[in-house]
Design a protein around this ligand. Sequence first.
Ligand code: ADP
Ligand code: ZN
Ligand code: ZN
Length: 736
Amino acid sequence: MQSARYLQIAIGSPLRRHFDYLPPEGSKQSDWQVGIRVQVPFGRRTEIGILVGISDHSDVPAAKLRPALKILDDAPLLSDEMMSLLKWASDYYHHPIGDVLQHALPVLLRQGKDASARTETVWQLSETGKAADIADLSRAPKQAALLTQLQLNKDDLLSKDDFNQQHSNWRTPLAALIKRGWVDAIERRGLLGDTAVPDQAPELNDEQAAAIDTVCAQHDEYQCFLLDGVTGSGKTEVYLGIIAHVLAQGRQALVLVPEISLTPQTVSRFQRRFRVPIAMMHSGLGQGERLDAWLAARGGEAGIVIGTRSALFTPLANPGVIIIDEEHDSSFKQQKGFRYHARDLAVLRARRLGIPIILGSATPSLESLANVDQGRYQQLILNHRISRTTPPPVRTIDLRGQPIESGLSHSLLKIVTEHLERDEQILLFLNRRGYAPTLCCHDCGWISNCPRCDAKLTMHAASQRLRCHHCGSEQPMPAHCPECSSTELRALGQGTERIEDALQAHFPAVDILRIDRDTTRRKGAMQAMLDRIHNGKKAILVGTQMLAKGHDFPNVTLVGILNADQGLFGIDFRASESMAQLIVQVAGRAGRADKPGQVLVQTYHPEHPLLQNLLKHGYPAFAQQAMQERREIVLPPFASMALLRAEASQRELPMGFLSKAYATAMACNIKGIELFGPLPAPMERRAGRYRAQLLIQAAERKPLQHLLKILLPVLEKLPESRKVRWSIDVDPVDTM
Ligand code: ADP
Ligand code: ZN
Ligand code: ZN
């Protein structure tokens, strides 16, 4: 008798395990390939899961096992390479395998749609159509209107959307034009096409050429390179040079960029250079486009794949290189659900594929610098700015005892005036949107607290509302104090809206542009502002960190950082590192053209040693000092961390659960583990829930991983765990 076989299926459920099923009736062993999708009954629903293994044994009693319903694929959707990477990630981040696998599939595939490329029909004038005379269509006005549109765009491909924008019923008249032989219908894939005449690469400087040679000399083996180059030193040009080499070998390049810098400008720079289709992977795509891009990457048609964090999981037919731009950026770490770090997983993926990976930054993370120190990564340095301008000098403005108008010191305003007199542009940076972070009653001291968080409601003047930036709750601006009915309500502190107002009052004739999440929400709004900036006329730009990356402002000659103290005294241990990166990145926006720039940093603590070191000796010196501090107090990168978080609507529940977790972890008695807490989170109440955390730390990864492996299954079974929402965050980037 043949022994029974069980299908192990991963399903998107919060349980950290797979589920056993009998094979679907009538299916053969050769149909059961790891990596295919299988439709299964799950409770009272049906779910689509991924086959992760086949076994002769199941812990579930035979009577309880149900047969799977249907096999959806005749070949695996996820290759062995991808499956093993995802399994590794599921183990390392201690996240359920079913949910991890879902991350690697486009939504349409998760829903069970066919894994075949969808084509889209587009239309173009034929040669006879180009010569056709509109007058011949005088009795067919709809055809005439379409022909006019086609002739106006005679070398372009027009899509359904293009016609929809201008005509209500266009299908019948278009069919008539096709019948006349004036229009051709073309089937197209949802990929960015290649360029007919690619841009010429500039002549590379010695540093760039050396960097490319070093990487390409090792193109057949794994090596992680840290491309450390100041802003404007030509890092992107190095990526392009390496990609050219990879494409010439018939292989593919995977490029990850931070969310904020995946702009049409970035993509078109890649697109204009190479004659290969490019697949874009980001959350703004339609589901069909996403599937197309995924299939084109998997099938090898896309030579380059560019995307944000989750693009890491794109399958590649012939991978040749992985590039992570702005590797220090925290958007590479997913902050909820499957809390993976795309940079760290990318390094692992490259190692398993045996291909080079390049991490690029002007301000590398301390983690990557430590890896260089330990000889694991090879550093490639670009010291020179292409434009040969010296980096702008950075100076502090001591705010103590100075007259200040809405967060703008008189010394800063004076220098702003000088730059305006020379018709130059100025960029002022403040990491807080809205008008003011707090509204306060001058008579009784009432403060605009969020009813659901331990935080203040931010006052937004343009919309006349109070909003919580943590939970999203909002209310109209009160006309009177809710406590004492006084009308003496005052705005405390500054946001970008208030700075904009103050500047407009001070410089009534100057163009002031505010760029933050509130002014750029509308599609095209950001581009419109960038166009205004690029016309080069004198202007002041006020913005949040949206301005720190991905954009060049060639006419900006003065950058002002309005409040550096937020970063110097942040609660998170990475706050000063992030502030230093931000100062350097923002400073890099200035003086890129021939005009010299300068950078001013407002602070109440100009003597702060980290700030002094950064300003006097630059980012590398700052990084060495910060690294020394981390080493002394044993924090990452000199320790491994995991944060166990819990929240509930009753205050005692998360603390109760975490105390149990603490006791359980202690009882495991693993050498080298340190526990801190449980403690209420720095912002204890958020969106109406109380939050607490237990920090688990060890000098090495191994004991930490060992503990989590034992601890989490025990926690899952605790009765206390059902009363809270809890999660584990391995290598957290935000310990709030
Ligand atoms: P980074 O990514 O380091 O900020 P970029 O690669 O964007 O730098 O280069 C900055 C500018 O210099 C870009 O406009 C780029 O086209 C140009 N550039 C880069 N390398 C060269 C070169 N070797 N010769 C001339 N221009 C270059
Ligand atoms: Zn009051
Ligand atoms: Zn709130």
